[in-house]
Design a binder for this molecule. Structure first.
Ligand code: HEC
Ligand code: HEC
Length: 352
């Protein structure tokens, strides 16, 4: 059983946001401890579910904003997402780095993705699955919407490397297939082909990428959706303190937290959110990643320092909570985290 002593460290952090998260987590952790007699041995699926629903939630069936997306915009967005012509030498698409085909988890599983010119960036590519449910996009939250995000990679010199937005529009206008598709999605006339509408369509497609997993089945009342080992892992996830940061429907994606809160992170090159806000208090803060589909998205951390899920879990406990997990605790936590994979994708991966 993991005690709560490391939470005191949180109280020394001045930001209101952390205080808010902390007090919620404390209230919850005590009630979870009371609900889960014996700490790591949930007494019944119903009690475990009740404890879980206090801090996590099933994924919504639809993303916010999806109600405004038309089928025509989604069709266009899917084509753009998969089209190599959006990169300078026609060598890569969004899907090259964020594979959503073939049961993949919205990533390329590379430490650092290869760009159109053969260069690699400095951060691991996160999954596009469920991304529209995040508070903001990128590890440092520098884009506030999927639309704003989608304008970045096409012009990023180490990604798709197009010289400017006009060149992208010129190229799309010069194709046979895009003018009618843009006209259907955004109204007739060549003026409907704009860089903004390109991003708007890609975002509409991305808003369809909501996953469905076994944790949701369990939370909705299906006791047998999780094995006993997986339930034990969920119990540990709740009592260990992980939900201080990994909470809500995504088990993350809703706050910025310091990486290396209790024990410093060895790689101090990436300042995280501070590079955007210029606020010293944001040094080494990153968007807490969603843990949905985490079993499909190795390697882990913004710098891909953890190759496997057991490593990532062990490191998280040490860095963020000052805890050394026992091997059987890591095993149960990993078993639980594997239940967060989109069901059709989990199947494809298992049978590969
Ligand atoms: C060369 C590889 C590469 C290509 C091509 C690429 N991305 Fe990314 N993508 C990344 C990396 C790396 C990051 C993280 C960068 C960061 O946080 O600074 C990222 C971040 C994202 C995010 C944010 C997810 C999150 O959890 O914050 C979304 C959404 C996304 N990309 C969508 C797209 C779309 C749409 C396209 C095509 C227009 C695209 N990407 C093209 C590598 C790529
Ligand atoms: C104080 C906040 C905090 C706590 C507590 C915390 N995490 Fe994290 N977690 C983060 C942040 C921030 C990151 C992003 C790290 C980075 O930028 O590389 C992260 C990353 C991860 C990742 C890798 C995600 C990815 O996509 O690469 C996993 C897995 C993870 N955490 C699991 C856990 C588990 C399991 C626990 C409990 C033992 C836990 N975390 C506790 C904040 C936290």
């Amino acid at each position: 059983m993991i005690d709560m002593s490391s939470f005191h460290l949180f109280f020394m952090r001045p930001t209101i946001n952390v205080m808010k998260h902390l007090s919620l987590a404390l209230i919850f952790s005590f009630s979870a401890a009371a609900l889960l007699s014996g700490g790591d041995a949930p007494s019944s699926p119903a009690e475990l579910r009740k404890a879980a629903l206090a801090v996590v939630a099933p994924l919504p069936a639809r993303m916010p904003g999806a109600e405004r997306d038309t089928p025509e915009q989604i069709v266009l967005g899917r084509k753009l997402f998969n089209d190599n012509r959006l990169s300078i030498n026609q060598s890569q698409s969004c899907n090259t780095c964020h594979r959503v085909d073939g049961g993949r988890g919205g990533v390329d599983n590379e430490a650092f993705s290869l760009g159109a010119h053969g260069k690699r960036g400095g951060r691991n590519a996160p999954t596009v699955l469920n991304a529209g449910l995040h508070i903001a996009q990128f590890w440092d939250g520098r884009a506030d919407s999927l639309e704003a995000q989608a304008k970045g990679p096409v012009l990023n010199p180490v990604e798709m490397a197009m010289p400017n937005a006009d060149e992208v529009v010129r190229r799309l206008k010069g194709t046979k297939d895009y003018p009618p598709l843009f006209a259907k999605a955004f109204g007739a006339g060549p003026e409907s082909i704009t860089y903004d509408n390109m991003a708007r369509a890609i975002a509409a497609f991305e808003r369809t990428l909501v996953s469905h997993d076994r944790l949701d089945d369990f939370l909705k009342g299906e006791d047998r959706a999780l094995s006993l080992e997986e339930q034990r892992g969920l119990g540990l996830f709740l009592t260990a303190g992980c939900t201080t940061c990994h909470n809500g429907p995504l088990l993350g994606g809703n706050s910025y937290q310091k990486l290396g809160l209790v024990n410093p992170y060895p790689n101090d090159k990436d300042l995280g959110r501070m590079a955007i806000t210029k606020d010293e208090g944001d040094k080494f803060k990153f968007k807490v990643p969603s843990l949905r589909n985490i079993g499909l998205t190795a390697p882990y951390f913004h710098d891909s320092a953890a190759a496997t899920l057991p490593q990532a879990v062990e490191e998280m406990a040490r860095l963020q909570l000052g805890k050394t997990l026992k091997p059987d605790e890591i095993k149960s936590l990993v078993a639980f985290l594997q239940t967060l994979s989109d069901k059709p994708r989990a199947k494809t991966t298992a049978s590969r």
